[in-house]
Design a binder for this molecule. Sequence first.
Ligand SMILES: [Fe+2]
Ligand SMILES: [Fe+2]
Length: 203
Amino acid sequence: MTTVLHQFAESLGTAIDAKDPHTSMHSDEVAEVSHALALTMGLSPREADIIHVAAHLHDIGKIGVPDAVLRKQGALNTKEWQAIRRHPELGANILKPVAALRDLGVVDMVLHHHERWDGKGYPARLRGVQIPLGARIISLADSLSAMLQNRPYRNAMDFTKAHDEILRCSATQFDPSVVIAFRKSADTILKMVSYLSNKEQAA
Ligand SMILES: [Fe+2]
Ligand SMILES: [Fe+2]
């Protein structure tokens, strides 16, 4: 994993976060949490770094989703949902020309970050271990980060509530082994997300 690749991933993640006033630092947060989960699961530092890079880039496909849809307050209609649900494929297409990202599995992690353990996710309705491990890790980190953020239609959840919600969705939405890693590393992850949100407020 080259430093340059990581730096580019971080800057592209920040670019996509800048499109949405509610999600500044979302990509950084997902990247940090994914890295911690990967290490807790016993993956090597190199594997954890690759997942970290994929996590910075996970929502890059939102660049192709109209701002009017991304920023819409209130319920989305079917067409708008379809536009949002295309972002994993758009993201994979954007990243595919970078051979290193393909070879490291980053493109597939981005493509499958909205799959669910029970097979009810998208775009491919993969289930269980068919879903790349990195994508299963990013999925949990992504949901945690989303729950901790204020949205136009609801206030941020506190960490304990988000934690319980993740445990409740083990084996339906999330890989149970990733959920176990989350339980084990919850204290570290809480410190991590608190640090990032203080940094965001100071900015
Ligand atoms: Fe990073
Ligand atoms: Fe996403």
